[in-house]
Design a protein around this ligand. Sequence first.
Ligand code: ASP
Length: 327
Amino acid sequence: MKRRALLGAVTASGLAALPFAARAQAYPSKPITVIVPFAAGGPTDALARILCQRMGEALGQQMIVENVGGAGGTIGVNKAAKAAPDGYTLAFTHMGTLAVNIALYKSLPYDSQKDFEPVGMGGTNPMVLVVKKDLPAKTFAEFVDYVKANQKKAQYGMAGIGAASHLGGLMLNSMMKVDVLEIPYKGTGPALNDLVSGQFDYMVDQAVNVLPQIKSGNVRALGVSTLKRLPQLPDVPTIDEAGLKGYEVTIWNGFFAPKGTPKDAIAKVNQALVTALSDEKVKVRLTELAVDLPSAQEASPEALRAQLKASIDKWVPAVKAAGVKPE
Ligand code: ASP
C-alpha cells in the first residue's frame, strides 16, 4: 500500500516536472484513421495498407485504413476534409480525386488546395490497359479496331467520375475517337474481379492492381500508359508506341490531412512515411508492383503541394480538351 502510494507520487511529480510542450507532443497517443476513398482490394487500398503498416510501427500507433468508396473518391475525400483537424484522421488518395475531378464535376464539396494540408507523396504508378481474356483483339491495333467496330456494345470499367481509371479510360477513348458505355464501381478492386469474370471488356488501371492478374493470365495487357515499357511487362508496348501518340498517364498517391492539422502531427506522419519508403521490405514489395518511390525530398509536404498544383494545371485543361462534360 505504502509502496504503491510512493510510486504514484513519483509518477505524478515526474509528469508535473515535464514542460507543457513535452506533454503536448505526445502525438500520436491513439490509432490514426486513414480514409481511402475507394473500395478495399484496389490499388489505392493496397498502397495505403503496405505503407500504413510500416508507418504505424514507426509511429508506435496503428494506422487504420477506412474504405469510403463512391463518386470517384469524392465521398471519402470530402469526409476527410470535414474531419477534426487533430492529426487522427488523414486521407490517402490520388491525383484523380484532387486534381482531375475539378474538370469533371460542376461543383465539388471541397477545395483540393485550400481544404487540405499535404503530408507526403506515397508513390507514382503507371497504368495498364487490360482486357477480358476472351476479347477477340490480341494486339493494341486490333483492340482499337474492335472497339471502333463495336461501340454500341463495348463497355469499360472504372472507379467513378474523376477516378484514375476514369482518366485513363476517357483519354484512351477520346484519342481512339469512340464513345463507349462506362461501368462505374466503388473502386477498381471490385471492377477487376468483374473484368476477370468477363462482365465488361476493358479497363485502364494502375499496375499495382492489375499486374498480379496479368501474371496469372486472368486478364490480358495490351498497352502501358508510360512512354517507356515497364520492366515487369517487357512484351507489352506503350500505348504511345502502339499508335496513340502522346498518350501518357501516371498516377501519384499521397497522404493529406484536413486543413488546420497541427504542423507537428504532419511532420511526424511525414517522418514515418519517409521511414516506410526507405524500408527494404517495403521497397521490394512496391517495386515489384511498378511503384516509383519518391525520395525523402520528393515525399515532403511542400513537394506534394507543388505536385498537386502541377497536376491541376496539367489535367484540368487536358480533360476539358478531351470534350468530357462535367456532371
Ligand atoms: N484505381 C482506382 C481509380 O481508378 C481506385 C481504387 O480502387 O484504388 O482511381
